[in-house]
Write a protein of this length. Sequence first.
Length: 500
Amino acid sequence: MTQSQTLPAFPARSYDFVEYVPAKNWIDGQWVDAASGQTIPVENPRHGKALSKVVLSGAEDVDRAAKAAKKAFESWRRVPIKERAQVFFKLKELMERDLEELSWLVTHENGKIIEEARASVLKGIECVEFGASLPNAAAGERLEVSRGVTCTQDHEPLGVVAGITPFNFPIMVPLWMMPQAIVGGNAFILKPSEQVPLGSLKLAQLLEEAGLPKGVFNVVHGGVDAVNALCDHEDIQAMAFVGSTKVARLVYARGAAAGKSMLCLGGAKNHLIVVPDADVKLTAENVVASFTGCAGQRCMAASVLVAVGEVDHVIDAIKKRASELTVGKELGPVINKASEERMGRYVDEAEKQGAKVLVDGRGKRGAPEGYWFAPTVLDGVTEDMPAWKDEIFGPVLSIVRVKTVDEAIALENRCPYGNASSVYTTSGAVAEYVTGRVEAGMVGVNIGVPVPREPFGFGGWNHSKFGHGNITGMDGYRFWTRPRKITSKWELQQDSNWMS
Ligand code: NAD
């Protein structure tokens, strides 16, 4: 019996508190402790107490994982891509089988309400599906480029690669990276957020059950030390990062300095532009779902509503809808005490600076324990306020008033982030004008969370991303592989030219 078979099923089927096994590293098909012997608690944000603990790794653990991955890579790269993809067909089936278990696990370690957790796992499954489909999309090219001379191009794996992920989507974000990387022939090391390490235990176990050879997927837990060791390790060829802009910038620079290909997705401050002809019901429901979903802890969440001209009728509907949400049932907790306090400070400060608190989420809780912040709407926010400038990463919507669509676009463009932006209008001309001018990589029309689903790639612009291309879709596959061009000739041509 392998050690992974001893990992028990996650038992919860409700929000009631349960404990779970400690999160150890998964290296070369074994659960192992970190060399430091150190652990930190993993909290259930709804209950505000530890459901597990996680090991803290450093350079020694990363080296151990890199060595195992390097060894596994040598045979994995020789497995035909169609066979590599079979593991992901199987993983999809296993994730569907264990959908409820995976979803409750996300709910308990991250805090999302169960419907949101389920949606996030389903989106992860969609990424697995894309990975499984790669043999149909990733065939190489061949062309006779000159008389008797043929050029072929195919995509070779890089070797050992790594991914670093944030707390807000414990299953989904690792699956933005790992299917393309592993189907592409690489061996992968995942460093999940130390706040939500448990989802990756299940992913490791399911990949083993799906038939992935040991050492092709490894998990190293921890924080800054583990990330720095990954950036510095000479056997790791490429790294993707998803997290805050501050850390994305640091990791991008450190990994690139060590010669790695880097793609680092950062934070966001998404602007939603509402014009007077917007459909009131659609806009209100959509804006509220965008800024309160996952308790506002999404990089695609609405953060600023740019109100163009007279749109008080829409704002009234947003205010009503946001006030109606039941905290604890329709809105989950925020990740930790520090987040709850940070949100409070932003609202207090905006109010002090003259913003009007239309809906006040301060002090409203979904349960006596845990970390909570209810939907909050601030009106009259101005550009000098931190509530406009900073990523609050909670269910707080800042309304900035402008007179024209051009002013709205200019405001959005002054925001250094560039993840997502949306426009709410019933006019095709206005929609086209705005979508062609906002500084964002993912733009919505009457959609507050404009996630480009597979096969389209996910990725922002400006301070929301360092590196080239998207993280999902074919860009992801290209990031994790390198094109090899082979030019051949098999006989001397009579009518020679410069290439013959
Ligand atoms: P974070 O930046 O604090 O942590 C992300 C990862 O980096 C974690 O694995 C963490 O252990 C590690 N880390 C933290 N500090 C570090 C440091 N100083 N040096 C090296 N590594 C470090 O992010 P978070 O709080 O876990 O997640 C929320 C953030 O992620 C938000 O800013 C959100 O917008 C962003 N996010 C972005 C996207 C996107 O697609 N652009 C998607 C999801 C989340």
